[in-house]
Design a protein. Structure first.
Length: 95
């Protein structure tokens, strides 16, 4: 929830993270606070906060299944094919 609120806060200021991944999400063991690491970018063109929301969804799926959503060393064409499979699975769940 904190992660989604953080992305919402960024969107309020017309910013996006664009590199959300487990390595860039810091969790304080004492307070349980979530912080976003790395740099921020201004929203421009078609790249808006939906990119960050998609990344959060991928991380949630990885936590739920214990498996990577995309291969770490995949090239763009492999990612396109994997994305099509992922979208088809998501649509099947909605039905």
């Amino acid at each position: 929830m904190q992660l989604l609120l953080g992305v919402r806060g960024l969107a309020w200021f017309h910013l996006r993270h664009r590199d959300l991944k487990p390595d860039n999400v810091l969790i304080s063991s004492k307070e349980g606070l979530v912080k976003l690491a790395e740099s921020l970018c201004e929203n421009e063109g078609v790249h808006d906060s939906r990119v960050d929301v998609f990344a959060i969804g991928c991380m949630a799926l990885e936590v739920a299944t214990g498996q990577r959503v995309f291969a770490q060393d995949a090239d763009v064409s492999e990612l396109d094919a994997e994305l099509v499979v992922l979208i088809r699975r998501m649509l099947a769940v909605e039905r």
